[in-house]
Write a protein that binds this ligand. Sequence first.
Ligand code: HEM
Length: 391
Amino acid sequence: MALFDLLSHWVGYAIVYLFLLIAVAFLAGCLYIKRIHMKYDHIPGPPRDRFLGNGLVSATNHEQWYKQRRIMDPAFSSLYLMGLMGTFNERAEHLMDKLTKLADGKQEAKMLQLVNLVTLDVITKLKPRNRPLIKEVREACRLLRSAGAACISERRTAVQNGDDVPKDILTQILKSAGQEEEMTKEDEDFMLDNFVTFLIAGQETTANQLAFCIMALGRHPDILEKVQKEVDAVIGMKQEISYDDLGELTYLTQVLKETLRMYPPGPATTRDVSDDMTIAGVHIPGGTIYLFDSYVCGRMEKFFKDPQTFDPDRFHPDAPKPYYCYFPFSLGPRGCLGQKFSQAKVVMAKLLQRFEFSLVPGQSFEIQEIGSLRPKGGVVCDVKHRGNNKM
Ligand code: HEM
């Protein structure tokens, strides 16, 4: 009996210790995950490789964000964007070459995939395939960062050698990390954060906007015809599109804006409100994270009449401006830095100038939500050269 008492006593202790151990391990696990997120991403989920880190989009420290934003802002001025027209034209020509090969009417063109190639040639070719998703994502992150490290190092060597370097985003990224002789590991990581940030923030959003725009035009032949007429009148047979031409393409601008109302590639954003406030008589409690959904607002009858109808005339220059209910690029100081980046307009203008496209019947027009919005069916088209406009 005494032996039984002793044993049950010790087993009781062992169970209590075991529970304590599990609780401590669980707590340590939680703290570890929290630390990894604070350090790398601020996005919930299992620990992962560093992705956007403390780059412009994901920086949560105001000072750190402000310093970067001040350095990056000039790279997005109109003057700088004018200087980029050559690059936009050249990149868009790559897509036109690919479409020319598909315009024999025998092959279908997967437009989402093709518009992604305009800006992501190398990366998509290298992307690992047929791997389990987590492994694939992890390898893609590593690949992006190692490709970024190579680009940065090449540019830094060029700067150090006094070579002529373009005043582009990469040069700004180098500036954002300071120009110390000795770069710390932290500086290097920071530059890579911004390299990946700009690639993701600018490339995928623009590609999805283009694909949605092609999908919407394919479903509305009357609007397609109208925008094609405008492009013919403004661009004619010219190969090189100028900055001034872009300003004259007002109906195309309306089409692109309406595309973003119905299909915002970055559908929502969050803001951390630390203190209580009252806006227009509505009390906003502090200590809360608020989600602002551009997709939902864009489809509310309260803000847009007949919201499920694709109607570019909502954005006619004489129409009343939407008031804080249309924000595909977000609003305020953390709004999109690249919203005046006119690559999408150049690509659409060239596409409309040279090709007829029609949606292959039977495909889905659903939207896929994976953080960003993209057309689920991939926008598969039959493409043909436009009658008298073979370039
Ligand atoms: C159709 C195209 C695009 C859409 C729909 C879009 C959308 C957005 C949205 C909604 C945000 C705000 C995120 C937030 O509030 O948390 C944002 C931020 C940002 N975008 Fe874009 N974007 C586009 C193109 C671009 C391009 C082309 C670039 C650069 C080349 C770019 C660079 C950035 C950067 C750096 C930020 C962070 C700004 C900051 O926090 O200071 N975006 N974008």
